[in-house]
Design a protein around this ligand. Structure first.
Ligand SMILES: [Cu+2]
Length: 454
């Protein structure tokens, strides 16, 4: 459990003198900044209505302060540096030190006031995707409000009418600002803590970027050809595992702010979609799935009962579980490349031929990479290279994981006799199916002659 005090301590804000804090308390709440890309423990509500907080995968929740019964938050739109995985950082725009921005958590019925300070070089706004609110609070620049100019702070204030899962993002120079990483999650907990109760509640956003190997800033004019497919602006093997105890009820809320759909797939379990950004789905309207497609601008929350093991959890588009290197490689399966490689190496010493027999070798290769990029497929598992990247992580379920413990339990210790094994006996002779009996008959073609029959 992490109290607000612990949180402030962790982020180094106790350095603020008491007098400064009290002065700040009078006006805008202090803007809490997060500098780490690791998953932060849930922020337990220190005051107000009780709720079971969410855990943002490789992210964090923004602490609130309560002033005269209103829950106040301070978002700062600003340039940030985000580590996608060890070995690669991106220069992005985000909120409060990170992209995506912090998760905003509150309770159904809460009056909330969000101060938004713009420290970007251009104007912005914040749209509260899915939240039912007055038209003038909807954050569409030019339509519902003037743009927030650099250096200005705007205040949004509304009442959270219903519980559920929503998102926030700019509605100003949207293509650029979202391509630069500006987005975040909003979770409104039910007023009744027993409604839709789960033991663990994970959230993250799907986002995509185009960052050339060796460069740092996303190409903001890209519309379709993205090369980094992320869970919360993080890619495998930089993503933390999702952790649970055997038998626990787990919810994962996934919001899609990329420009394409993502079929999100979980191994070893079946789940039900229990919530969309439009609200909770009644029990009678749910069906079992192992993959749910999260379309552009949608949120899907899935729920399941955790089964012990290490289970892959990923986007089912296979090029979305790859990192930047190698997206534009020609297919070389079956092509002998040795002579060609020798010739090219005379010109480009670091040239590598890839994939005469497929690309699986890429997972094990230690090849020199350009600065600031990641291997196309990487990560080491207990049995060898995992050969993944991008939108891939592992759900780790353990019998002895403690309630509320989100630390990585290491690799699963499979019970004896439950791991696929190598067959070392004799190979049987190949038996070919006998060919279909040939019948010597004429092929008669009847040409259509009209529509007389119907
Ligand atoms: Cu995908």
């Amino acid at each position: 459990m992490n109290s607000r005090r612990d949180f402030l301590y962790k982020t180094g804000l106790t350095a603020l003198g008491a007098s400064l804090v009290s002065k700040v308390q009078a006006g805008i709440p202090e803007a809490v900044i997060q500098t780490e890309a690791a998953t932060q423990p849930p922020v337990m509500p220190s005051s107000g209505h009780p709720y079971n907080p969410v855990v943002t995968l490789n992210g964090w929740s923004l602490p609130a302060r309560i002033k005269n019964g209103v829950k106040e938050f301070h978002l700062v739109a600003e340039p940030v540096v985000r580590e996608f995985a060890p070995g690669m950082v991106a220069h992005m725009w985000g909120y409060n030190g990170q992209s995506p921005g912090p998760t905003i958590e509150c309770v159904e019925g809460d009056r909330i006031r969000i101060f938004v300070t713009n420290k970007l070089p251009e104007h912005t706004t914040v749209h509260w995707h899915g939240v039912l609110l007055p038209s003038g609070m909807d954050g569409v620049g030019g339509l519902s409000q003037p743009h927030i100019k650099p250096g200005q702070t705007y205040v949004y204030e509304f009442t959270m009418k219903k519980s559920g899962t929503f998102m926030y993002h700019p509605h100003a120079d949207e293509m650029v600002q979202m391509a630069m990483g500006m987005m975040g999650f909003i979770v409104v907990h039910p007023k009744n803590p027993d409604f839709m109760k789960v033991d663990r509640d994970y959230v993250f956003l799907l986002s995509a970027y185009d960052i050339d190997p060796g460069s740092y800033t996303p190409r903001v004019s890209e519309m379709t050809e993205f090369n980094l497919w992320t869970f919360n602006s993080r890619v495998f093997p930089g993503l933390d595992p999702l952790v649970a105890k055997t038998g626990e009820r787990v919810r994962i809320r996934v919001g899609n702010l990329t420009m394409t759909n993502h079929p999100i797939h979980l191994h070893g379990h079946d789940f039900e979609v229990t919530c969309t950004d439009g609200g909770w789905i009644p029990k009678s309207a749910r069906w079992p799935e192992v993959t749910t497609d999260v379309a552009v601008g949608q949120m899907r929350a899935v729920e399941f009962t955790a089964t012990a093991g290490d289970w892959a959890f990923h986007c089912h588009k296979s090029h979305h579980t790859m990192n930047a290197m190698g997206h534009k490689l020609p297919t070389m399966i079956g092509v002998p490349q040795r002579e060609l490689t020798e010739k090219v190496r005379k010109l480009i010493p670091e040239y590598m031929n890839m994939g005469s027999a497929g690309m699986a070798d890429m997972g094990a290769m230690e090849m020199p990479l350009p600065d600031n990029t990641l291997p196309m497929m990487s990560g080491q598992g207990p049995f060898g290279p995992v050969e993944m990247g991008g939108m891939f992580t592992v759900l780790k379920v353990r019998d002895n994981q403690k309630k509320g413990d989100y630390s990585d339990p290491g690799w699963y210790d499979n019970p004896a006799g439950t791991v696929a094994w190598l067959y070392e006996g004799e190979e049987p002779a190949t038996v070919r199916a006998s060919p279909a009996p040939s019948t010597d008959h004429d092929l008669k073609v009847r040409k259509p002659t009209g529509h007389g029959g119907h």
